[in-house]
Design a binder for this molecule. Structure first.
Ligand SMILES: [Zn+2]
Ligand SMILES: [Zn+2]
Length: 274
């Protein structure tokens, strides 16, 4: 029998946890297939997992993406002419939903809490731009705190979160407090985005941002935290005035700019998602 997938557990964590605990059982045989050894996972792996969980068809595929991958940032912001959550990913599959050639990261405090609460931890889905834990405000660790290896094909396998490194548990790493408030806001924003039940109009988000930026930059009393931040906001403002900017922001490869912008303007108080 398959293990229960945990809330916000990444798909590769789910597969590797099943293999780690019950490698030779029939129920996880399919996870031994070559396609699950690939570094880059596309729609094929996601569809297979969705079927195993009983979440057939495109709805199940989307549900898995929304709850267990970082695809949320693409699924949630929608242009007027495209309301489908995953566009043509279910049928054609261009997107890479997990790339094991890149390291993943974890929060040592979450790992420690997991051990107390459920007896084990797991790898959470995360966006590569998120570098701090939204819950504990500590830096996420993208290298093993004991030997320095990354958590990727170039270092530790994902098993290290269950087996430990040379007898030490990843939850024993000393947490380092985050001092970058924008990094925290971005992490908190990503969490909120993942909880959304409806998509957001990218056009509306874009216009709200444009107005808010104008308001901020024209407000003499606005107390900017630093000169550098002001320069960045001004840079974004100039971008938004360019009619090509909208296409730029909703382009998949650039959507992270939109995330940064929202996080830097609204911080933890984003009205777009309250
Ligand atoms: Zn944490
Ligand atoms: Zn290690």
């Amino acid at each position: 029998m398959l293990l229960r997938i945990q809330p916000d557990e990444s798909l590769r964590s789910f597969v590797e946890r099943n293999l780690f605990l019950q490698r030779h059982t029939h129920s996880v045989e399919i996870f031994g297939a070559p396609e699950f050894r690939y570094r880059r996972w596309g729609n094929k792996q996601v569809i297979t997992i969705a079927k195993l969980l009983g979440w057939d068809n495109c709805y199940g595929f989307n549900k898995l993406l929304h709850s267990h991958t970082d695809y949320t940032v693409h699924g949630v912001f929608k242009a007027k002419d495209g309301h489908s959550y995953s566009a043509n990913e279910f049928g054609l599959g261009f997107f890479c939903f997990d790339d094991f050639s890149k390291t993943r990261s974890y929060c040592p405090m979450c790992a420690k809490e997991d051990l107390c609460v459920r007896g084990y931890s797991y790898w959470r889905r995360n966006h590569p731009l998120v570098v701090v834990c939204a819950k504990h405000n500590v830096d996420l660790l993208s290298k093993c705190p004991f030997c320095g290896k990354p958590f990727s094909v170039h270092g530790h396998s994902l098993d290290v979160i269950w087996s430990g490194c040379a007898g030490r548990s990843l939850g024993d790493a000393k947490p380092r407090a985050n001092e970058d408030s924008e990094a925290l806001h971005l992490a908190q924003f990503f969490v909120k985005l993942n909880l959304l039940q409806h998509h957001l109009s990218a056009e509306t988000a874009f216009n709200v941002l444009k107005n808010k930026l104008t308001e901020i930059i024209e407000d003499d009393n606005f107390n900017l935290i630093s000169k550098g931040r002001r320069a960045r906001l001004t840079f974004h403002y100039e971008d938004l005035r360019d009619p090509r900017a909208f296409r730029f922001f909703v382009d998949r490869s650039q959507v992270h700019q939109l995330l940064y912008l929202i996080a830097s303007i609204y911080g933890n108080e984003s009205p777009l998602i309250s």
